[in-house]
Design a protein around this ligand. Structure first.
Ligand code: PAF
Length: 283
């Protein structure tokens, strides 16, 4: 049995109001569809902690940097509903573009600082699109908890900042990145890799983990990052947009005694891949 699809905001609101009146905890998993095991792990976490679970599916035009990327984004709504069927969610909310951005829509939510760097620097406007749609999805679903994957680490930190700054009554839960057997982080964009490129892609998480281990054991960061770029190039991965060691929370340069994260964005076979790993504390 497929998950129940709800397309109307009024219908969703009637359901969530009844759940909330009954004192039930509502969880939401925001997605753009083309669901994979990474999404399903978020849904399982939500199911384990909430009485009701909504998955949202909206391919948000305002967070894409090119019309081509938006057009190419996989759209598999019915397959997504099938995949979610056995998980027993309460609603797959699929609003149409006119409900999310009706004519005259003029409000943008913009989080500064954390969005100036890494993804934000390479994808101008992307995080404004994310922050705006996520705020609307929280308001539309009235969820108590929202589940996001750590694969989009900077997005997760942005959402935490947004919720704290705007005092939104939703608790953000970050869930670990789900990886394929060869280590590649699950992503809807992986479907676009050719068979050969998909085999090459394993070099990205391998190089990232090796770099994190080297930095953790005290190697010179610049040397490690230069070496990692070379390793990626030797494996046919590139250009590398960035590979950076950052403070885990602020995404600024690392501070002594604060958690650190190594983040990368690189191209392979015309597909932009991102990944990140925790870096062990320096000895
Ligand atoms: O991570 C995603 O899939 C999207 O950025 C999100 C959070 C659903 C907003 O469109």
């Amino acid at each position: 049995m497929s998950a129940p699809i709800v397309t109307s905001l009024d219908e969703l609101r009637r359901a969530t109001q009844a759940w909330r009146r009954a004192g039930q905890r509502v969880g939401v998993v925001p997605t753009m569809g083309a669901l994979h095991d990474g999404h399903l792990s978020l849904v399982r976490a939500a199911k384990a902690e909430c009485d009701r679970v909504i998955v949202t599916l909206f391919v948000n035009p305002r967070q894409f940097n090119s019309a081509e990327d938006y057009d190419k984004y996989p759209r598999t709504e019915l397959a997504d509903a099938e995949l979610l069927g056995p998980l027993g969610i309460d609603a797959l909310f699929v609003p149409d573009g006119a409900q999310v951005y009706p004519p005259g829509h003029a409000t943008t939510v913009s989080v500064s600082g954390i969005t100036d760097t890494l993804e934000g620097a390479h994808r101008p406007g992307h995080f404004d699109g994310v922050a705006t749609v996520v705020t609307m999805l929280f308001n539309m679903t009235q969820a108590d908890r929202a589940y996001f994957g750590e694969k989009d680490w900077q997005q997760l930190q942005l959402v935490r900042r947004l919720v704290a700054d705007l005092k939104l009554p939703v608790e953000i839960v970050g869930c670990p990145t789900v990886r394929a057997d060869d280590g590649l982080a699950m992503s809807s964009r992986n479907q676009r890799l050719s068979v050969t490129a998909r085999q090459q892609a394993r070099a990205l998480p391998e190089a990232l983990l090796a770099a994190a281990a080297a930095i953790g054991s005290g190697a010179n960061v610049d040397d490690v990052l230069t070496q990692t770029r070379e390793t990626l190039a030797q494996n046919g991965i590139g250009p590398v947009e960035y590979i950076e060691l950052r403070d885990s929370e602020s995404l600024r340069p690392p501070r002594p005694c604060h958690p650190r994260r190594l983040l990368v964005a690189a191209w392979l076979d015309g597909v932009r891949l991102i990944d990140n790993v925790e870096v062990p504390p320096a000895n």
